[in-house]
Design a protein around this ligand. Structure first.
Ligand SMILES: [Fe+2]
Length: 297
């Protein structure tokens, strides 16, 4: 056979495999185990830590975090997600479930996201696990009463004390997203320094812009790139996010004094496809350091 024809057939086969795979991948789910510890990072610089440092022993706070359901293009059912939360909770108590925003891609399909999250909320009530969340850039046109129907407590502007560890209050705070265009960075509420602040904010770019950096931050929004193409093509051509241009796309990072996690999210935005960016929900274990641990550095 003509070598050129063989090359052409191989290229067509690879293209077909790529196209089919892109539609299959959104049906998978990785429940990642994420470790966050008090950051020792330098002011203004990012350190990549994969899924976080290896840490032995019991976490000080154990959360379940999921983001970006985009319910009209989410192939992980609420029942499947609840099953994973229950499994994690049986292993060791989950102290809160947190949603990181983007209920639906289109406001016209918001009812699907509201239904999704209210099913999660109902399941969590039965398990006795509190449910918190923030809204994302796609949720701006969803009314407050519809957000309420989702069943999570909106963290926007709130300081909610989750527990007290070794004399320190651990608090949850949040800020909603200001929208898809002409973004304004909403400053989260001020938290006194003697409290440990876990901030949920949809867009991780916020860490560079907000004035008061939290101890920990949970985010989504980037979908792990959704289609991981070479040369950051998706971000160069279609998006204006800042962190991906610096190689910050998903996983655990330290930025100054903040330990942060960026989830790949569950659903798909715009098109129902993913490539090398499997949907993700996460068991987030947070470890606080003793004063002695940090003074030795
Ligand atoms: Fe999203």
């Amino acid at each position: 056979m003509n070598p050129a024809l063989i090359v052409l057939l191989i290229l067509i086969s690879l293209g077909l495999f790529f196209a089919v795979w892109c539609f299959i991948e959104p049906h998978f789910l990785e429940v990642s185990r994420i470790n966050l510890r008090t950051s020792r990072g330098k002011e203004g610089s990012f350190t990549k830590l994969g899924k976080g440092p290896e840490i032995q022993g019991k976490a000080d706070v154990r959360l379940f975090f999921f983001s970006d359901i985009h319910a009209e293009m989410c192939y992980i059912s609420p029942e499947r997600l609840l099953g994973e939360i229950l499994k994690a909770h049986k292993e060791d108590a989950i102290e809160a479930v947190i949603f990181g925003g983007d209920i639906s891609t289109s406001p016209k399909k918001a009812y699907k996201g509201i239904e999704y999250l209210s099913r999660i909320s109902k399941g969590l009530k039965e398990l006795g696990i509190p449910f918190y969340g923030v809204t994302g850039n796609h949720d701006l046109e969803i009314g407050a009463s519809d957000i309420e129907r989702c069943g999570f407590t909106n963290l926007e502007g709130q300081i909610i004390t989750l527990k007290n560890v070794r004399g320190k209050d651990i608090v949850l705070t949040g800020a909603d997203d200001s929208g898809r265009y002409n973004r304004v960075w909403i400053e989260p509420p001020h938290v006194d320094q003697d409290r440990i602040n876990i901030l949920t904010i949809h867009d991780p770019d916020a860490i560079v812009h907000i004035m008061e950096k939290p101890d920990f931050m949970l985010s989504g929004h980037l979908h792990g790139g959704q289609l991981k193409l070479p040369f950051k093509l998706v971000f160069r051509l279609l998006r204006s996010d800042e962190l991906p241009m610096n190689g910050i796309l998903e996983g655990v990072f330290e930025y100054g004094r903040t330990g942060m996690f960026i989830s790949r999210g569950l659903g798909c935005g715009t098109l129902p496809i993913r490539f090398l960016s499997v949907p993700e929900a996460s068991i987030v274990s947070i470890y606080l350091e003793n004063e002695e641990d940090t003074s030795n550095d």
